[in-house]
Design a binder for this molecule. Structure first.
Ligand code: SAH
Length: 260
């Protein structure tokens, strides 16, 4: 392969945006590649979900632009974010589009890539640890387990129209495991759908708030108690809900017949 002359090389390299996964919040869960991209960035366009300690790693001279996107909170319209990416992507500066967790999981990554493609701007994706991985680590369980579940769903309880429909019948089967993103406000909906489709009322549900962060909380619940337990917990941070998984300690007690 012939090399481009260095000035062309530089020009080509400069029309570029790196989509970087910030992971769930703990800076030690950044990949080395993500860390390197943050240290080098001139412009960082980030979502609200990205934790403060991670933003603090960026250079003091870097332009930090919040686009405030998280679940259904206030945010810039996607078209504005796309326009911002294109504007900075062609500036010749090192641009990082920093997203919570992994950019490919409920991250609207494709829309942003399409905008860059349309403008002839290069891009790369630096994967990150998704909230489901950090949350399952917090409760000492596996996402999949031989003899229990050979598949796991990453689902959202919301879509653009409101609550999202799923194959509730399949989800209600014993042993199924699903990680529900953006599920805080959908507890009653999920509870209703699961019961309606035959889930055992005692099916474990675990909610992990602020996974991997100093204020991490674990709420061990069940389908039938879910709404009441969440109302009592009063969650304020990002929270992931596992259907079909209990924290390992709670599961051991259940198996030993000790009432929780
Ligand atoms: N791309 C992100 C998910 C974006 S959707 C990822 O891969 O993790 C936003 C949802 O992710 C939140 O509503 C919450 O359900 C979940 N989430 C993100 N960070 C979290 C954390 N530290 N603890 C618990 N849930 C988290």
């Amino acid at each position: 392969m012939s090399k481009l002359p260095s000035d062309q090389n530089a020009a080509a390299a400069l029309r570029h945006v790196a989509f970087v996964g910030a992971g769930p919040g703990d800076p030690d869960l950044l990949t080395r590649k993500a860390y390197g991209a943050l240290l080098a960035a001139d412009v960082v366009i980030y979502d609200r979900l990205v934790s403060g300690p991670i933003l603090d790693l960026c250079r003091a001279e870097a332009a930090m632009i919040s686009v405030g996107k998280e679940g259904f909170g206030p945010s810039k319209p996607q078209a504005d974010i796309n326009a911002l990416l294109v504007e900075h992507g062609q500036s010749g500066l090192r641009v990082v589009r920093l997203k919570g967790g992994d950019p490919t999981v409920f991250g609207r990554l494709d829309e942003e890539i399409e905008a860059l493609d349309a403008a002839g701007i290069g891009w790369e994706v630096v994967p990150g640890i998704t909230a489901a991985s950090a949350s399952v680590a917090a409760i000492g369980q596996s996402l999949t387990k031989r003899g229990r579940n050979q598949a796991v769903r990453f689902m959202t309880a919301h879509d653009m129209q409101g609550f999202a429909e799923h194959d509730w019948h399949a989800l209600a089967r014993e042993g199924e495991v699903a990680a529900v993103y953006m599920g805080k406000r959908a507890a009653r909906f999920v509870q209703g759908r699961m019961l309606m489709h035959g889930a055992a009322p005692a099916t474990p549900v675990t909610v992990i708030e602020n996974a991997s962060r100093p204020d991490q909380r674990i709420i061990s619940s069940s389908i039938v108690r879910l709404e009441a337990d969440l109302a009592k917990a009063g969650l304020s941070g990002p929270a992931l809900m596992f259907l079909g998984l209990a924290p390992r300690a709670a599961q051991m007690e259940l198996q030993e017949g000790i009432a929780l």
